[in-house]
Design a protein around this ligand. Structure first.
Ligand code: FES
Length: 125
């Protein structure tokens, strides 16, 4: 497992914010066309900030680590700050991913952005 950074291993072994928010303000679900794995993000928004974020990921270890890191990066941020988060930021925060696992990092931010889009459409923003 030497090709995974210690950050990836930490978030894979001990993922943060796993679960579901029953009364979520926004839900975003994405599937990875490369491998068929799935990721769903749930957000609660208060005063334009992410006050709670949870995820469920049916995927590889890298996808779970990415989900966990995305949830930590999103927490407390404004909607605008969340929307400029990029997949590369997440991979960087995880200390990098092996080249054949970079596609796994694409799910996290995409699912989060979809959850925000869902929140905006519900609120008619
Ligand atoms: Fe499917 Fe990583 S192999 S997300």
């Amino acid at each position: 497992m030497a090709f995974y950074s210690k950050e990836v291993m930490d978030h894979f072994v001990n993922p943060r914010n796993v679960g579901e928010i029953k009364d979520a303000d926004g839900i975003g679900e994405v599937g990875n066309p490369v491998c068929g794995d799935m990721m769903t993000f749930y957000i609660k928004v208060s005063d334009n900030k992410i006050e709670s974020v949870k995820f469920k990921t049916f995927g590889c270890g890298a996808a779970i680590a990415v989900s966990s890191m995305v949830s930590e990066m999103a927490f407390g941020k404004t909607i605008e700050e969340v929307m400029v988060l990029a997949n590369a930021d997440v991979a960087k925060a995880l200390g990098g991913l092996p080249p054949n696992k970079m596609h796994c990092s694409n799910l996290g931010v995409d699912a989060l952005h979809k959850a925000v889009a869902n929140y905006k459409s519900k609120k008619k923003l």
